[in-house]
Design a binder for this molecule. Structure first.
Ligand code: AMP
Length: 173
């Protein structure tokens, strides 16, 4: 029932900047049934490929909320992709352009082994810049990216076109 999830998502106009319609997932997270349901649906996407996932990568910060329980359910490890300057060990970085300015994400160099099967998770796909940067980091570590799954996709922004891997989203706008 993605519809139950969809009706719980709250639209916040002009946050964090004028012109952005922010999809607030807080009402899903604070409801135990909806939280469980969102994780169950994302977990199903991990089974589409019938491959044993070694690492679930979550994107800073809301991606972590979903990626960690999915990693536990798959008996896989959890790996964070973080905003620049947050990871303490040796990192690889990828920068990408936003509407205004630039953003950088990082991963620990030893977080994933070459050949590891990886599932990448984030809460929301908009332009795809963030996920595409995370995909580059995963590929740079020699991993096998099996799938990229999102709770929400803003389909008009065509973010999937930037992602060179199978993409699934539970809720589409
Ligand atoms: P993008 O790189 O444009 O695909 O943006 C994706 C990242 O920004 C995700 O980590 C989202 O959490 C966040 N994001 C972008 N647009 C929105 C939005 N309208 N509502 C909520 N989060 C968003």
């Amino acid at each position: 029932m993605p519809d139950r999830l969809k009706s719980a998502i709250r639209d916040i106009p002009d946050f964090p900047k004028p012109g952005i319609l922010f999809k607030d997932i807080s009402p899903i997270l604070s409801d135990p049934e909806l939280l469980q349901h969102s994780i169950d649906l994302l977990l199903e996407t991990a089974h589409l490929d019938r491959q044993k996932i070694d690492k679930v990568v979550g994107i800073d910060a809301r991606g972590f909320i979903f990626a960690a329980p999915i990693a536990l359910a798959l008996k896989a490890g959890f790996v964070p992709v973080r905003k620049a300057g947050k990871l303490p060990w040796k990192t690889f970085s990828e920068s990408y352009t936003l509407e205004y300015g630039e953003n950088t994400v990082e991963i620990h160099q030893d977080a994933i082994q070459p050949g590891d099967k990886v599932l990448l998770i984030d809460d929301l796909l908009a332009t795809g810049g963030t996920a595409a940067a995370a995909v580059k980091l995963i590929n740079r570590l020699g991993a096998d990216l099996v799938r990229v799954s999102f709770l929400i996709e803003l389909a008009d922004l065509k973010g999937t076109e930037k992602i060179d891997a199978p993409v699934t989203s539970i809720i589409s706008y």
